[in-house]
Ligand binder design. Structure first.
Ligand code: SF4
Length: 378
């Protein structure tokens, strides 16, 4: 194995100028330059996490001396809710809270309650969900449900306790995450999804045990290709286990049939477990594949990402974001925010995953660096 170069870059101060725009009153549908509507907003609420997964917050970088953002730099719950309301006016109907680890943000239930009170222009409640490492879920599931959270996605990369402890790199036991998943189920936070990042040579032996564990449980297991997000996770193509190989491995033990996407812009390709008649048996459930590396899904990507300090990113692999916090704290009224969001989204043409293979390799030196996943959520 070659030596890894982990470049140290801090992009949190770099911002793009918010384009000036004629006031654009929201119509509930906002299309980008490639005709993709804005539907999904991912809101990162903290840059902190209690895990040190090597593909996201490796210890070599996020060690004790790493400087996290001060609390004053974070958007307040009121600022997040005000921005979310403007996004919803432009057509967003799904909000996902991320981090870092979102359950580390103090009083997160209060934010969930504020967001749950928002309505689409048609008067519908929003689909509010949260991605978590599960470590605090057993403690928080009931309060989150009571506040208005609909469902959760839990990141879990293996069932073998030794492998899991090694992957989270803080010696956290897998049993506590499984207890969190059960608490979420008991609280009615469903359907629950479990996201497993698969890294060749690290946890591929966990694929079948994970599938056996969650098959027939009502929980949807999704396999995520190891991605080149950020600049610190030492990504290499030879550590990507393509989804097609994961599917073939599953098919060596289970009968699976392809399922339709449940909605436009869905990131996962769905496969259902088949019953004895060869047709999908809903009681056995389904699995998903998120294949950003080998099957890009930029064509209908409808996701925007808001960092904890108020920068708007138009792609998971973006290098810079638009500083909405400056607008908010500068006294922008709703019309000004609506116009800024419209101008930013209408100018969007990002499609990194489609272009990845044709881009020069990121050598860790020179050129703009992608922001870290722990900064804008996955
Ligand atoms: S690479 Fe960017 S544009 Fe493509 S699907 Fe991912 S977030 Fe969307």
């Amino acid at each position: 194995m070659g030596e890894r170069v982990i470049p140290l870059v801090d992009l949190r101060t770099a911002t793009l100028a918010v384009p000036s725009a004629a006031t654009t009153a929201p119509t509930g549908t906002l299309l980008d330059a490639r005709g993709r509507p804005l539907r999904d907003l991912r809101i990162s609420v903290t840059d902190r996490c209690n895990f040190r997964c090597s593909y996201c917050m490796p210890k070599e970088v996020f060690e004790k001396t790493y400087t996290y953002l001060p609390h004053s730099a974070l958007l307040s719950f009121e600022e997040i809710t005000r921005l979310a309301e403007r996004f919803v006016a432009h057509g967003v109907h799904k909000l996902r809270l991320t981090g870092g680890e979102p359950l580390l943000r103090k009083g997160i239930e209060t934010l969930v309650a504020q967001l749950a009170a928002l309505r689409t222009p048609q008067g519908e409640p929003l689909d509010i969900t949260l991605t978590t490492n599960g470590s605090l879920l057993a403690r928080k599931a009931e309060a989150l449900k009571a506040a208005g959270l609909r469902r959760v996605t839990v990141s879990l990369d293996g069932l073998d306790d030794a492998v899991f402890r090694e992957m989270n790199d803080v010696d956290f036991p897998v049993a506590s995450v499984l207890a969190g998943i059960e608490a979420a189920r008991a609280a009615g936070l469903g359907p629950i999804k479990v996201n497993m990042v698969v890294k060749r040579g690290t946890n591929e032996a966990q694929i079948l045990p994970m599938a056996r564990h969650f098959r027939g449980s009502g929980i949807v297991l999704r396999f995520i290709e190891f991605m080149d997000v950020g600049a610190t996770n030492g990504w290499r193509m030879d550590e990507v286990l393509p989804s097609d190989e994961v599917l073939a491995l599953l098919q060596s033990e289970f009968a699976l049939v392809p399922l339709q996407a449940s909605q436009t812009g869905e990131t996962a390709q769905r496969w259902g477990y088949a019953g004895a008649d060869g047709r999908h048996d809903p009681a056995l459930g389904e699995v998903g594949f998120i294949s950003s590396v080998t099957h890009a899904f930029c064509g209908d990507c409808n996701r925007a990402r808001l960092s904890m300090d108020g920068k708007l990113f138009l792609c998971l692999f973006a290098s810079q974001g638009y500083d909405l916090r400056a607008l908010l704290r500068g006294g922008a009224d709703d019309a000004a925010l609506d116009g800024a969001l419209a101008a930013i989204w209408q100018g969007r043409s990002d499609r990194y995953s489609e272009l990845r293979a044709s881009l020069p390799p990121d050598t860790g030196a020179g050129g703009p660096k992608r922001v870290e996943m722990s900064y804008i959520g996955g």
